[in-house]
Ligand binder design. Sequence first.
Ligand SMILES: Nc1ncnc2c1ncn2[C@@H]1O[C@H](COP(=O)(O)OP(=O)(O)OP(=O)(O)O)[C@@H](O)[C@H]1O
Ligand SMILES: [Mg+2]
Length: 444
Amino acid sequence: MDQGKILAIDDEPNIRHLIQNEFSLEGFKVTTAGSGEEGLKLFEDQPFDVVLLDIRLPRMNGIEVLRRLKKKDPGPEVIMITAYGDIQTAVDSLKLGARDYLTKPFKLDELLSIVKKAVQDLREKSLSKPEGTGERPAESLPIVICPSPAMKKVYDLISRVAKTNHTVLLQGETGVGKDVLAYRIHQQSLRQDGPFVTVDCGLLSHNLAESELYGHRKGAFSGATEAKLGLVEKSHTGTLFLDEIGNIDMELQKKFLRFLETRSFRRIGEVKEQTIDTRIILATNLDLQEAIRKGDLRSDLFYRMTEFVIPIPPLRERPEDIPLLTQFFLSPYVKDGRKMDISKEALAVLTDYPWPGNIRELKAVIGKAALLADSSIRTEDFPAQVRARHYQSSHQPKTLEDMEKEHIMNVLAETEGNQTRASEVLGINRKTLYKKIKTYKIFS
Ligand SMILES: Nc1ncnc2c1ncn2[C@@H]1O[C@H](COP(=O)(O)OP(=O)(O)OP(=O)(O)O)[C@@H](O)[C@H]1O
Ligand SMILES: [Mg+2]
């Protein structure tokens, strides 16, 4: 029985053995690696469905390993294993393309169901094209139209600008839905039948960026054995979505400015300029003014890019959207032939939490809770950092110790689990905070 191929990267031999034994018994083919370097090598040599990746690894940490894995092949699902207190890193890993994260010590059953669901989704997805840099499949992705007044304003702006050819900049924190909204602009535009091409500027490899964007002639440089059409040209008559635009290489910026202004560019190795017809949408989660100050962004490019800016509010500023999004993310899950639902109290917990990873984090939390829960999601099915805040608002403190515990939990939620920052806020040293976390069993 081939349930799927798993690569487990962890420096603790016990965890490697545990995963090897348990997953083999369930019919998975398991390969293990004790370091990031070893894992990357294996990943290069053979195909895997799921990678289980420890965040704290010696030398090359899990986040760096994740970045490299995704660059090599964004297909396999990656599940991060984190120590408690690493919540911010775990949230960052979702942005880098990890599917989910689990906090140590984890329950094997939980890991098993997350992996099974990942393999199942992967198999269902295998017929459609992967997301990322390249052309999007033509069918539209189902999404929620958020009911909050703040998002109504965003949709209004989008429908007003969609029919024009203005360059649009979508600006907002990670996970607020910029990709989703960029595609919506394309769908509402007169170019909806043309291609929608996504370029992740953060993933453009430094040396090949120009050729990936503008293409090259055969023999233009050593290694250019075939002529190549650039992504820019592939978007002709459609929309070019330049994601993470704040990460565009300084060297590329001047040529990019010219392209933005004139839609003209030159394939590498060719003398003649090409001009194409494309609509440009940009997205960033950075403060671009700050990037200018730091010398990472040309100010002339900045002015050209900010012709029409649409700020996307973070989820914590529009909690009204959470119930509908939650229902939407729950809708694929069925238990005992019935659609899953969520208790009133659990929903209240979700609306209370500040969601540093925004909609992406909400989606991951719901997905994990749906695997753990029976037929209705309850507060206990959420990770500690999501529960922590609510504890404070729903229980009347009785003793000094209760109050201390609640205050610590609250500060940890505010600092997104960062213990160093939390200890600064609390005015105690890290060791003391660590002891208190253990005494009060805050993360268990
Ligand atoms: N309105 C929505 N309805 C359903 N799912 C959504 C909606 N908005 C966002 N999502 C989901 O949330 C996740 C994050 O969205 P998206 O990738 O668009 O965020 P982003 O702002 O581009 O983040 P980043 O800055 O990290 O690239 C995706 O899985 C997306 O499908
Ligand atoms: Mg994005």
